[in-house]
Design a protein around this ligand. Sequence first.
Ligand SMILES: Cc1cc2nc3c(=O)[nH]c(=O)nc-3n(C[C@H](O)[C@H](O)[C@H](O)COP(=O)(O)O)c2cc1C
Length: 215
Amino acid sequence: MNEESSLTWLLSRRSIRSFKDQAIPRETLNNLIVAATSAPSNTNRQPWRFAVVSSREMRAKLVDAVRTRANHIKEIIHRGHHAEDFGNYGDFFYEPLLTAATIIIPQYRNYPDLIANFLASGGVDPKQFHTASAMQAELCSTSAAAMVLLLQAHASGLGACWMAGPMVARDDICGLLNISPPWNMVGAIALGYPADPPPAQKPRKPVDHVVQWFD
Ligand SMILES: Cc1cc2nc3c(=O)[nH]c(=O)nc-3n(C[C@H](O)[C@H](O)[C@H](O)COP(=O)(O)O)c2cc1C
């Protein structure tokens, strides 16, 4: 792979939301996790963990939990002044989960802020300083891992959609999958073999709108 072919391939990734009824082999799932854990992390903490849910029964429970919470939110919003704006937005929270062959719940945990502790031991208030914790380094590392997982999925012929929507049912999902502190759920990734050809690329802001060059 070279600069050009890599870019072409990266640009061919899409979020996929509808999947065939076809299980993903364990080896392929395992490779997704190997890829994810190759991501960089703050001081190589590897502050991540992944619940990989292929059981049909458990997937159905996860979908039900998200759909119930999303519908509840939808009902409340429809009583207010934003019914039209919200529309069927809540469906976007769980639809990709409906046909997913596997659902992955990435999780991260925070670690004590060592620099802050050193500063405190030196007799100053650590709040007077910015440290790595200001960028939520463990969450960033786990997001990087999720992104590598999406790319490995793409390379394996899988479709994937990383979703924030299922966070509406965070408590239910954490209960079902035994996710408890210090672990925090970072959305859900719907995975499976795509049911349809990939959609066109969603428009992107032009490079000049998102970069500040300091030559
Ligand atoms: C953090 C995050 C949260 C997202 N949440 C959802 C979601 O809840 N439901 C959904 O269908 N897609 C979700 N997406 C997918 C985005 O809609 C998608 O990435 C975006 O529209 C660009 O399309 P593309 O991934 O095909 O390039 C999410 C993506 C990210 C990175």
